[in-house]
Design a protein around this ligand. Structure first.
Ligand code: SF4
Length: 363
């Protein structure tokens, strides 16, 4: 399969790993932003094959993990009010303050698990006497489809459809991490799929302000080791620049059509990140002109505000300050069958990656 099997080639991956060992002379901390990259590193055993001096730090790029507890409670409140709530499958087992969406469904809530928000608009058309809300969560990658669903509802005259939106953005999160006084990160692997939408240019100011290498990187084993190699090469040579390892997918300008759809519906605003708190200008909020499609405004649920689980250190893990196996609950009271926090249940969560794929990392 073009662009996939060749990036899973063992020999090619080993060769790059050998090169990494040859060029590494100093200790380097590299953060992979995306949870998909974390899973790729752990699942393929790459963490154990890197030089001891290279430490990968797992970043906040798991959309399910960073969605605040408040928002899950808001979605559950809507279910309990009789609203049809539609969601991607990865959100439904994430714990809210009292229960998950799946538990609310078991108690009678009308929760629909969908692959696309456009399906939710169809459900709204088929149920004109009910309100339908799509739980629109994610980074820049899912924003175009969610924005498109609003445009589709408008075009079709569907007034009983809205979205409960929590879209967060990668560059402000990187800046918040770099501004943390405990930050030890020397370089970043940028999230390839986010850049496929947004392009690469919004990372240039970060490179220049913090004098830090950023390598836009893909998700297959060869992508990951190439990204790490490029980052270490820059660090060892005392350079800092933006590089694009994932050029087979990521273009400098991004996907202009997708960006235009996002900008029609959303504007930049402050967003809360689970376990981290509010970060200014770190997400998308629905523009005033499309406020009637904003479920938070439509159903007056903004008052819901609950504290995070005090036993879950997801915030520290998402900021790269701790590894999952440094959490006291890891593998004991917190397991995929009984998650205390989103990183243990999300398919991109760092805790789930450690739990499922690496016995060595659990010890
Ligand atoms: S192991 Fe569980 S409790 Fe600990 S940080 Fe991960 S999700 Fe939270």
């Amino acid at each position: 399969m073009k662009y996939l099997s060749e990036y899973r080639n063992l020999e090619a991956t080993k060769k790059v790993l050998d090169e990494i060992h040859k060029i590494t002379t100093c200790e380097w901390n590299i953060m992979e932003i995306c949870g998909g990259q974390t899973h790729g590193l752990v699942k393929n055993g790459i963490l154990e094959l890197l030089p001891e001096k290279v430490r990968m730090i797992h970043g906040p790029g798991c959309p399910v993990c960073v969605t605040p507890l408040n928002l899950i409670d808001k979605a559950i409140e809507l279910l309990e009010q009789g609203v049809i709530v539609c969601s991607f499958g990865d959100m439904i087992r994430v714990p809210g303050s009292k229960k998950s969406l799946l538990e609310a469904k078991a108690l009678g809530g009308d929760l629909r698990i969908l692959y696309s928000p456009i399906e939710a608009v169809s459900i709204a058309k088929q149920n004109p006497d009910k309100e339908v809300v799509f739980f629109a969560v994610g980074f820049e990658t899912t924003a175009p489809a969610n924005a498109l669903s609003v445009l589709h509802a408008e075009k079709e005259g569907v007034s009983n459809y809205s979205i409960l939106a929590s879209h967060v953005l990668v560059p402000p999160a990187m800046e918040a991490i770099l501004d943390d006084k405990f930050c030890t990160i020397n370089a970043f692997l940028g999230a390839g799929h986010v850049c496929a939408i947004m392009g690469t240019q919004e990372y240039v100011p970060l490179v220049n302000k913090y004098k830090i290498p950023i390598v836009i990187t893909g998700f297959e084993p060869l992508d990951l080791v190439q990204g790490i190699y490029l980052a270490i090469k820059q660090l060892e040579e005392g350079k800092y620049k933006l590089e694009n390892q994932y050029s087979r997918i990521v273009k400098t300008e991004g996907n202009i059509a997708a960006i235009n759809v996002i900008q029609k519906i959303f504007e930049i605003g402050t967003r809360e990140w689970r376990g981290i708190g509010e970060i200014p200008n770190s997400g998308y909020v629905i523009k005033e002109a499309y406020r009637k499609y904003d479920a938070e405004a439509k159903f007056n649920i903004s008052y819901i505000n609950v504290p995070e689980n005090a036993n879950c250190i997801a915030g520290e893990i998402l900021r790269g300050l701790k590894k999952p196996n440094q959490c006291e609950q890891f593998g004991k009271t917190c397991k995929p069958s009984n998650p205390l926090g989103a990183p243990m249940v999300s398919s991109e969560g760092a805790c789930a990656a450690y739990y499922h794929f690496s016995n060595n990392l659990i010890k």
